[in-house]
Design a protein around this ligand. Structure first.
Ligand SMILES: Cc1cc2nc3c(=O)[nH]c(=O)nc-3n(C[C@H](O)[C@H](O)[C@H](O)COP(=O)(O)O)c2cc1C
Length: 381
């Protein structure tokens, strides 16, 4: 494998996946303004290096939610990623464990919570989408607890499924629309088809156990879409917190006000996230709102961050703007789609090496002790 960066993995993923699947992973909602902002605002930051520091010894290790992290990056929940590679979530869960970083399983995963628990020796995190049926939510939370998950990550920013125009064009809708274009495109990706037909898993396995009446993945997808809970408020968050015995994370925070409310409702951590620009188009970039949120609640709860990670330099950027740790979605999903387990290994190795390079070049010995002012907003010309 000759990928020298995450973008190389993306290009291989693009070649290997049917267009509909690739665009599902890569895309954002509506005009994709927020996807672009996430990246553009990261690029606007500048490093102020300390060039008189001995960087022969470097430490990247930290903890995230009390779990050890060989470097401060967790694999973000990515729904349906098992459609890019058979048993995709299992490969990613193993790769994260081997790299010593946390793995968060999506509530809309192809492999189930129990499948992932079976391949892990160490605990992982489980992400929860609230459904309208409280007994389903209760059961999902109990299953995550029984699977030994160390953290429950409650996602707040999917009140409704926003529109990704590429998915609509590609027929990746509920119900799925098969078009002559889809079929011709699929036929151009026979190796992907050959791999996927070997997969035992073709449904949202976690959710399927909650809705046995859904006879197949299409009816299950329709049920899931129709039953997302748009009523999440403080009472709902309090209710989930009360059900869950371990670390509790609220994902999808973009304002100081919501960060404080999450803290007051018992969150141990928040994820400053705009869902990778896949939900509210026009939301601010996550890196732009991070410093103020970290200043307001970072002393009391862990402030995690995601949105736009392409290199290990972005991890330093976010840590320098106040994050306790980062999550990344597309970077590992591209690796998986390109080369299966080896691709996730490669993505994580690239990000870690770039992190080490950036630390050395900025005079940083320890990722948990960044010099104040290391990551600055570029001075105007
Ligand atoms: C294909 C795809 C599926 C996603 N599915 C979920 C999900 O099931 N649950 C969730 O909380 N976030 C989901 N996300 C959002 C990610 O967890 C994360 O917030 C986002 O990907 C971070 O941005 P990045 O992809 O630029 O790293 C998804 C993101 C992508 C790209």
């Amino acid at each position: 494998m000759d990928a020298v960066n995450i973008d190389d993995l993306r290009k291989v993923a693009k070649r290997r996946l049917p267009k509909a699947v690739y665009e599902y992973v890569a895309g954002g909602s509506y005009r994709e303004l927020t996807v672009a902002r996430n990246r553009a605002d990261l690029d606007r930051l500048a490093f102020a290096p300390n060039n008189m520091v001995d960087v022969r010894q470097q430490n990247t290790a930290t903890t995230m939610l009390g779990d050890p992290a060989a470097f401060p990056l967790a694999l973000a929940p990515v729904g349906m990623v098992g459609l890019t590679w058979p048993d995709g979530e299992l490969h990613a869960a193993r790769a994260a464990e081997a790299a010593g970083v946390p793995f968060c399983l999506s509530g809309f995963s192809i492999a189930s919570i129990e499948d992932v628990a079976a391949v892990r020796k160490t605990p992982f995190w489980s992400q929860l989408y609230m459904m309208q049926q409280m007994e389903v939510n209760e059961h999902l939370i109990a299953r995550a607890a029984a699977a030994g998950c160390s953290a429950l990550v409650m996602t707040l920013d999917v009140h409704v499924h926003s529109q990704r125009w590429a998915d609509n064009r590609n027929g990746l809708t509920s119900p799925i629309r098969v078009t002559p274009g889809n079929v011709i495109d699929m036929m151009g990706h026979l190796p992907w088809i050959a791999r996927m037909v070997t997969s035992k898993r073709w449904t949202f396995a976690t959710m399927a156990k909650e809705h046995p009446q859904a006879s197949n993945v299409l009816s299950l997808a329709a049920w899931v879409n129709a039953n997302l809970f748009a009523g999440i408020d403080e009472g709902t968050i309090r209710w989930v917190r009360a059900q869950w015995p371990r670390k509790f994370v609220v994902k999808g925070i973009l304002t100081v006000d919501d960060a404080k409310r999450a803290r007051d409702l018992g969150a141990d951590a928040i994820v400053v996230s705009n869902h990778g620009g896949r939900q509210l188009d026009g939301a601010p970039s996550t890196i732009s709102v991070l410093p103020e949120i970290a200043r307001s609640v970072g002393g009391e709860i862990e402030v995690l961050w995601d949105g736009g990670v392409l290199t290990g330099f972005d991890i330093v950027r976010a840590m320098g703007r106040g994050a306790h740790g980062c999550l990344s979605g597309r970077a590992w999903a591209y690796g998986l789609a390109a080369h299966g387990r080896k691709g996730v290994d490669r993505a994580l190795a690239l990000l870690r090496q770039e992190l080490l390079d950036c630390m050395a070049l900025t005079g940083t010995q320890d990722i948990t002790k960044l010099a104040p002012g290391l990551v600055t907003t570029e001075p105007p010309l």
